[in-house]
Ligand binder design. Structure first.
Ligand code: ZN
Length: 339
C-alpha cells in the first residue's frame, strides 16, 4: 500500500501523532466507505474525475448533478476547493455574527456545509487546496479583500500549482473540470482556480516538473463549466411565466448575464437528472449561501430537470468524443476515452 491510498487528513486532524497502524486502519475504513474492496487501491478504479472549485457551494451549483452521477457510476470523484469562502454573504438568519467583519467564522462553518453537501452527492474525496484555510476567499473583484496578503487572489501561483499537481499525480484523473478564463462570472477566486488548473494540466504531465511530487500524469481532457445561453433564457422565461416578478438576478435577457456561453461554444451536456434530488439536497446543505426562496430554488422547482439535472461544459484540452446528444454535443465527460 502506498501513500496514494491514504485519505486526506480531516480538518484539525493530527496526522503525525497517530501510529502507522491507526493511519492504515483509518485508510481502510475510508476506502471501504468509498465503496471499494478493502484490498483494492483507489487507483484501481478505472475512471477518475477531478474538479477544482473556488469556494464551498460552487461545486454543487455548477457541477453537483455531474458529481453525483459519476460517483453513483463508480467513478472516483475528487473535489479540490481552493478557499473556505470566508467572504460569502450569510443568508441564514441567526448566523450573521459569523460574518467577516464580525467574528469572521464563516469559513470554518462552511467546512461543515461542504461536508454535508458531499454526503448528499455521495462524494467521499474532498480536499482543500494545501489544507483548509491556506488561502482566504478574495471577495468580489475590486474590493479591499482582494488586497489581503493571505487571499487566494494574492497567492503565489507557483505554490498553488504545486499543491494542485501533488493531488493530481496522486489521483491521476483522466478528466478535470474547472472554470473558463473569466472564472464563469469574474470572481477573482474563480479566475485564479482557472489559472492554476490550466497550469497544473501541463505541469503534472511534465517529467521535469517537481519529480518529488510523484510520477507525471497526463490527463486526457480538461473541461470548463458552461451555462448555454439558451438554457439561461429558458430559465428566465419560465420564471416569468410562473409569475415570478423579480427576474433571474434582475435580468430579462440571458445576454445581460455575465455567465452565459453561446450554445455553439458548448461541447458537452451531462444528463444527470436522475441525480437531481442529490443536487438539491446538497444545495440545501449550503444553508448560509443558497436561500431557499432565491432564484436557484425557484428554478429547481419550476424546470428542475432541464436547468439543474443537465450540466454543460466546454472542452478546453483533449480530443472531443463522439456526439451523442443534440447540437453535436458529447453526453459524457469520458466520451471517446477507453477508461
Ligand atoms: Zn465561488
Amino acid at each position: 500500500m502506498t501513500d496514494a491510498t491514504l485519505p486526506p487528513p480531516e480538518p484539525g486532524e493530527k496526522v503525525a501523532a497517530q501510529s502507522a497502524e491507526a493511519v492504515l486502519a483509518q485508510a481502510e475504513t475510508a476506502v471501504e466507505e468509498a465503496g471499494f474492496e478493502a484490498d483494492m487501491a483507489p487507483l484501481d478504479v478505472p475512471r477518475r474525475l477531478l474538479l477544482v472549485h473556488a469556494h464551498p457551494d460552487d461545486e454543487t451549483i455548477g457541477t453537483g448533478a455531474t458529481m453525483a452521477r459519476y460517483a453513483a457510476e463508480g467513478v472516483a470523484v475528487t473535489l479540490v476547493t481552493c478557499t473556505l469562502g470566508e467572504e460569502g454573504e450569510i443568508l441564514e438568519p441567526g448566523l450573521e455574527h459569523l460574518a467577516a467583519d464580525q467574528q469572521d467564522g464563516l469559513g470554518q462553518h462552511r467546512i461543515g456545509e461542504l461536508a454535508a453537501a458531499m454526503e448528499a452527492l455521495r462524494v467521499t474525496d474532498h480536499r482543500f487546496l494545501a489544507g483548509p484555510g491556506r488561502w482566504r476567499d478574495s471577495g468580489m473583484m475590486g474590493t479591499a479583500q482582494n488586497e489581503r496578503p493571505d487571499c487566494f487572489w494574492q497567492a503565489d501561483v507557483d505554490e498553488a500549482v504545486r499543491e494542485l499537481v501533488a493531488v493530481w499525480r496522486q489521483v491521476r484523473p483522466q478528466v478535470v473540470v474547472t472554470y473558463d478564463a473569466n472564472g464563469g462570472y469574474g470572481h477573482p477566486d474563480h479566475v485564479q482556480a482557472h489559472r492554476i488548473t490550466v497550469a497544473a494540466f501541463d505541469a503534472a504531465a511534465d517529467p521535469a516538473y517537481a519529480p518529488e511530487l510523484g510520477e507525471p500524469w497526463v490527463a486526457d481532457k480538461l473541461y470548463f463549466g458552461a451555462v448555454p445561453r439558451s438554457v439561461l433564457q429558458a430559465g428566465i422565461d419560465l420564471l416569468r411565466e410562473s409569475g415570478d416578478t423579480s427576474g433571474f438576478f434582475g435580468v430579462e435577457q440571458a445576454e445581460d448575464l455575465p455567465f452565459g456561453v453561446p450554445d455553439e461554444q458548448v461541447t458537452t451536456a451531462v444528463d444527470a437528472s436522475d441525480h437531481l434530488e442529490a443536487k438539491v439536497a446538497a444545495m440545501r446543505a449550503h444553508k448560509t449561501q443558497i436561500a431557499v426562496d432565491g432564484p436557484f430554488f425557484a428554478l429547481s422547482n419550476n424546470i428542475g430537470q432541464r436547468a439543474f439535472g443537465i450540466e454543460h461544459y466546454t472542452l478546453a484540452r483533449g480530443a472531443r468524443g463522439p456526439a451523442a446528444g443534440p447540437h453535436g454535443w458529447e453526453d459524457d465527460l469520458f466520451a471517446g476515452l477507453d477508461a
